[in-house]
Design a protein around this ligand. Structure first.
Ligand code: SAM
Ligand code: SF4
Length: 461
C-alpha cells in the first residue's frame, strides 16, 4: 500500500492564488497526498507566489529560506522534503529561482498545476523540474475537484475562478505576462462546480478573475455568455444565498451587469472597482483606457440601479510622473465616491513592464508620504460608512466561530465583518442582526430577534 504523504500549500497574494492552492491540493489527493496545516510535517511544501509588487517577491525568497531550514531538519530525521514554487513568481522568474535558492526542487508556472503529480515524481528522482510553459490544454479541465468533506472543511464561503489572464496591459502590471491572455471557463463547468460546492454546504460564492467582468465563457448553446448572464444563471442555484464577483475593470461594466444588481436577490450590493488614480494624465500613462469621468459615470449608473451599492477600489500612488496635483485629484475622487473600503499601494516597478522604464520615477519618500495621506482619507470614509449602520438591522451570513467562546463571525451584504454572540448551529445561515457597536475593523451586533426560530437556517442542508 502507498504511504500517505503530506502536502502543505502556502498562498501569497490574491484570491485567485487561494483558489489555485486548493485545486493543487485536490489534484494531489489521487497521488497519495493529504493536506497538512503544518509545513514542518510535510513531504511537499508548495509556495504559491505573487509577483504583483517587489515586496511580494522578496517575501517569497525569505519564505524559501525558512522552508529550507525545515527541509534540513527533515533530512536530519531521515525524511526528504520537496520544495515547490508555484504561481506568478514561478512564472516570471523560472530557472532564476533554482539558481538563487538551490533548495527548491520544482518550479511550476500558473497554468501548469495539473502536471504536478508527474513533476513531483521526476523531482523525487533528483531532477530539478521547471515547467513554466503556457500549455495547449486547459488546466481547469484536468485539475481534480475537491471531495465533499474537503469543501465543508474550507467553510461556507468559496471562491470560483471563472476567468483568468488579461489582455489590457496596464503599463504598471505584470499580470498579462504571468497569467497570460484572457481565458474564460465555459458556463456549464462553472455551474456544476458551484452546484457541487452548494451541495457540500457552501452558501456564498465569489466569482473571481483578474478581469472578472470581461468574462465571455461559452454557454450551452455555443454563444458567449456575459458575466451578467452567468450571474443570472447562478442566482437560480437552490441553497446558494449569496453571489459576489471580483475584480472588475471599469471599462467592462456593461448595462447587463449593472441591471443584474437591481434584479438578482443573491447578488450582494458591493462592487470592487479599481480606479488606480484620479488624474486623467496618470490614467492615460497607465494605459487604463478610462478617464476619471468615465469611472464616475460607471459608479453613477450602478447607483441609479441600486441605491445602497457600496464600492471599494485599488489605488496606486507614486506612478512615474505623478505630481502633487495629480495626487490631489486622486484624493478628490476618494471624496467624490465615498468608498466603503479600498486597497492602496505604492507604485512598484516590475521588470519587463513599460512603466518600469519610464523617466521621472517618484522618490520613495514622496510615495510613502502620499500613501499615508491616501490611507487616512480612505479610513475616514470607511469609518463614516460603517458608522451609518449603528442601530440598524442587517442580514448577516454567519461564517465561522469568532475568537471569544460563543461568538460567531459573519459578513454583512456590504462585506463588513460582523461579530455576534450566537449558537454555532447558526453557521451557514443568514440572520437579521442589529448593530450595537462600530469597531475599527468590524461591526458588533446581536440577533435581531433571538427568541424566534431562525427561518433561514439551512446549516447542514
Ligand atoms: N485587474 C484589476 C484592475 O484592473 O484593476 C487589478 C488586478 S491587480 C492583480 C491588483 C492590484 O494590484 C491592482 O489593482 C493595482 O492597484 C495593484 N498593482 C498592480 N501592479 C502594481 C504595481 N506595479 N505597483 C503597485 N501596485 C500594483
Ligand atoms: Fe493588470 Fe488589471 Fe490592468 Fe489587467 S486590467 S493589466 S490585471 S491592472
Amino acid at each position: 500500500m502507498k504511504r500517505s504523504r503530506k502536502v502543505h500549500v502556502k498562498s501569497f497574494g490574491c484570491q485567485m492564488n487561494v483558489y489555485d492552492s486548493h485545486r493543487m491540493a485536490d489534484t494531489l489527493v489521487p497521488a497519495g497526498f493529504s493536506e497538512t496545516a503544518n509545513a514542518e510535517d510535510a513531504d511537499l511544501v508548495i509556495l504559491n507566489t505573487c509577483h504583483i509588487r517587489e515586496k511580494s517577491v522578496e517575501k517569497i525568497y525569505s519564505e524559501i529560506g525558512r522552508v529550507r531550514e525545515m527541509k534540513e531538519a527533515a533530512a536530519r530525521d531521515g525524511r526528504y522534503m520537496l520544495i515547490a514554487v508555484a504561481g506568478c513568481v514561478a512564472q516570471a522568474e523560472g530557472k532564476e529561482i533554482v539558481r538563487r535558492a538551490g533548495a527548491v526542487d520544482l518550479v511550476v508556472g500558473s497554468q501548469n498545476y495539473h502536471r504536478l503529480p508527474e513533476m513531483i515524481a521526476r523531482a523525487q528522482n533528483g531532477e530539478k523540474v521547471i515547467d513554466t510553459e503556457f500549455p495547449v490544454e486547459d488546466k481547469f479541465d484536468v485539475l481534480a475537484a475537491p471531495a465533499r468533506e474537503t469543501i465543508a472543511k474550507r467553510g461556507i464561503s468559496a471562491f470560483v475562478t471563472v476567468q483568468e489572464g488579461c489582455d489590457k496591459f496596464c503599463t504598471f502590471c505584470v499580470v498579462p505576462y504571468t497569467r497570460g491572455s484572457e481565458v474564460s471557463r465555459p458556463v456549464e463547468k462553472i455551474v456544476s462546480e458551484v452546484e457541487r460546492l452548494v451541495e457540500a454546504g457552501v452558501r456564498e460564492v465569489t466569482l473571481i478573475g483578474q478581469n472578472v467582468n470581461a468574462y465571455h465563457g461559452l454557454d450551452r448553446d455555443g454563444t458567449p455568455s456575459s458575466l451578467g448572464r452567468l450571474l443570472r444563471r447562478l442566482n437560480t442555484v437552490q441553497g446558494l444565498y449569496r453571489l459576489r464577483y471580483t475584480t472588475s475593470h471599469p471599462r467592462d461594466m456593461n448595462d447587463d451587469l449593472i441591471a443584474a444588481h437591481a434584479e438578482l436577490p443573491a447578488l450582494m450590493p458591493f462592487v470592487h472597482l479599481p480606479v488606480q488614480s484620479g488624474s486623467d494624465r496618470i490614467l492615460a500613462a497607465m494605459n487604463r483606457k478610462h478617464t476619471r469621468e468615465d469611472y464616475l459615470r460607471v459608479i453613477a449608473r450602478l447607483r441609479a440601479r441600486r441605491t445602497d451599492l457600496a464600492f471599494s477600489s485599488d489605488f496606486i500612488v507614486g506612478f512615474p510622473g505623478e505630481a502633487e496635483n495629480d495626487f490631489r485629484e486622486t484624493l478628490a475622487l476618494v471624496d467624490d465616491v465615498g468608498f466603503a473600503s479600498a486597497f492602496s499601494f505604492m507604485y512598484s516597478p516590475r521588470p519587463g513592464t513599460p512603466a518600469a522604464e519610464m523617466a521621472d520615477q517618484v522618490p520613495q519618500d514622496e510615495k510613502s508620504e502620499r500613501l499615508q495621506r491616501l490611507q487616512a482619507a480612505i479610513t475616514r470614509h470607511q469609518r463614516s460608512f460603517n458608522a451609518g449602520f449603528a442601530g440598524k438591522t442587517l442580514d448577516v451570513l454567519l461564517e465561522k466561530p469568532g475568537r471569544l467562546p460563543g461568538q460567531l463571525v459573519g459578513r454583512s451584504p456590504y462585506l463588513q465583518a460582523v461579530q455576534i454572540m450566537a449558537p454555532a448551529h447558526l453557521i451557514g445561515s443568514v440572520q437579521r442582526v442589529t448593530i450595537t457597536e462600530i469597531g475599527s475593523n468590524s461591526l458588533f451586533g446581536m440577533l435581531a430577534d433571538a427568541t424566534r426560530t431562525p427561518v433561514l437556517n439551512m446549516a447542514g442542508a
